[in-house]
Write a protein that binds this ligand. Structure first.
Ligand code: AHR
Length: 497
């Protein structure tokens, strides 16, 4: 098939926020226990954090890490996770049917985040939790000292405030599966009063209210409208979540980007409706704080145990391609999606996988995430694309090849991300960068292979990985690239002086 993409320097979409490449660690399964924290492991540091995992996280340049949940959050008392470890209570985590030792809490996680070169995006419990609990946590974390909660933090070894800036006000409160789920109006009122108390404790924080946990829920987008009508003036972001699963039709699955695109557009329209309704001058930004591939239908019940092996999806090359499509969609909405958290980071539906007492490795989805995180910072330029359409059962006609392009002005570099979703046709692609004057291609890589079911493992960690391939020359900044069937591509260019 033939494809043409024209990238025009002045045709800008929006600036990419560093928080677009964020992630999520929930106190769930083995994300924390034997994921980031495993005292006694050969690579563990003095706090019990696995240094091999820290290195892999650092390589991803993750902006924020959302913590501690997730569904876990709605039954969690943050006070259980502070102070001497031996005095912390062991509790039932009713969200995930798990025994929670509370060996890791907010202070420990902030320490870990610093070591991993990232920052914490904290979350307050809107299920069993009260506005007072939420404000107390902000005080504990961010107040310098001289009050009961801030002095307790100091006593617990953290003299300096954590200064956590971003706060999620609950998690998926629209989901009937959530502990103490609320209807939109009740949540909206509770969130509003909670944010007031939190911001009266620290005026520098920014808050995220719960939008829809999925576009598939019947309450979407009415939930978002009602919540925003209660919170538009006090909230800084509204969250949305979306997971995709291959239901057996690869073409539908590879077109997940289309579903995500529609979801973002509708969410923006809902925000803008409430903006008009409330006569606000503020444009609400989106925090897409859970997104990924998740084989949710394959979950099995398990007994009450500590750190069970749950949600441990092993990703294939095909999963990584569908994931790349989602990453392209997020980039192309960089004007409104300011935070996006790959859910999650270690072991639980994650790009990084560990074995207790043994090594760690990169799952297939690690590669497209690293590509966009390393090279997708700058200004998104809206590409003009002419390509064939593919007919899918789920979404009708969708483009077969999709693109995102990012311009880094300071370096005069352009990166083009391209996904060819066709499983049997390569794309003879013309990339027109002539609006930039003279350019040269400085890097090109692809993620593809004959076996779309290939997966990495501890024994075979390189079965799926990005491969650098020779760059293409051009005298006139129009490049002819063959994008292989079912391939994720990164093409980087420099403007010549
Ligand atoms: O990320 C796994 C779970 O997915 C989270 O706990 C929840 O917020 C969502 O339903």
């Amino acid at each position: 098939m033939e494809t043409k993409v024209t990238i025009v320097k002045d045709f800008t979409k929006g600036k990419v926020d560093d928080k677009l490449f964020s992630s999520f660690i929930e106190q769930l399964g083995r994300a924390v226990y034997t994921g980031i924290y495993e005292p006694g492991h050969p690579s563990a540091d003095e706090q019990g954090f696995r240094k091999d995992v820290i290195e892999l996280v650092k390589d991803l340049r993750v902006g924020l890490v959302r913590y501690p949940g997730g569904n876990f959050l709605s039954g969690y008392n943050w006070k259980d996770g502070i102070g001497p470890r031996e005095s912390r209570p062991v509790r039932l985590d009713r969200a995930w049917h798990t025994i929670e030792t509370n060996s890791i809490g907010i202070d420990d996680f902030v320490d870990w985040a610093k070591k991993a070169g990232t920052e914490v995006m904290a979350a307050v419990n809107m299920g069993t939790g009260t506005p007072q609990d939420a404000a107390d946590l902000v005080e504990y974390c961010n107040f310098p000292g001289g009050t009961a909660w801030s002095d307790l933090r100091i006593k617990n070894g953290h003299k300096e405030p954590h200064n956590i800036k971003y706060w999620c006000v609950g998690n998926e409160m629209d989901g009937p599966w959530q502990i103490c789920h609320l209807d939109a109006s009740d949540y909206g009122k509770k969130a509003r009063e909670t944010i007031k108390l939190m911001k009266w404790t620290d005026e520098n924080i920014q808050t995220v209210v719960c939008g829809s946990a999925s576009s598939a829920l019947p309450t979407y987008p009415e939930w978002d409208r009602i919540v925003l009508e209660h919170t538009y003036d006090v909230a800084d972001f509204i969250s949305i979540h979306r997971y995709f699963e291959n239901q057996g039709d690869d073409d539908d699955f590879l077109a997940s980007f289309y579903d995500m695109d529609q979801f973002i557009k509708t969410s923006c329209a809902t925000c803008d409706y409430v903006k008009a309704l409330t006569r606000s001058k503020k444009t609400m930004m989106l925090s897409f704080d859970e997104w990924n591939i998740w084989y949710q239908s394959q979950q099995e019940p398990h007994p009450w145990v500590q750190a069970p092996r749950i949600l441990e999806d092993h990703y294939s090359l095909l999963d990584a391609l569908a994931f790349g499509g989602m990453a392209i969609t997020l980039l192309n909405h960089a004007d409104r999606v300011k935070v996006a958290c790959l859910a999650q980071l270690v072991n639980v539906i994650a790009p990084i996988f560990t074995e207790p007492g043994k090594g760690s490795y990169k799952q297939a989805i690690y590669f497209p995430f690293r590509d966009v995180s390393l090279f997708g910072r700058g200004t998104v330029l809206a590409p003009i694309v002419k390509t064939e359409n593919k007919v899918t059962k789920a979404y009708g006609e969708v483009p077969a090849v999709i693109f995102s392009s990012v311009y880094i002005e300071e370096k005069d570099e352009i990166t083009v991300f391209a996904l060819n979703t066709s499983k049997n046709q390569s794309s003879e692609t013309q990339i027109d960068l002539s609006s930039f004057g003279k350019t040269e291609m400085i890097y090109r890589s692809e993620l593809c292979g004959s076996d779309l079911s290939a997966k990495n493992s501890l024994e075979n960690p390189d079965a799926v990985k990005t491969v650098e391939i020779p760059a293409i020359q051009s005298d006139n900044s129009i490049y002819a690239a063959t994008l292989k069937a079912a391939s994720w591509n990164v093409l980087r260019f420099k403007v010549k002086k």
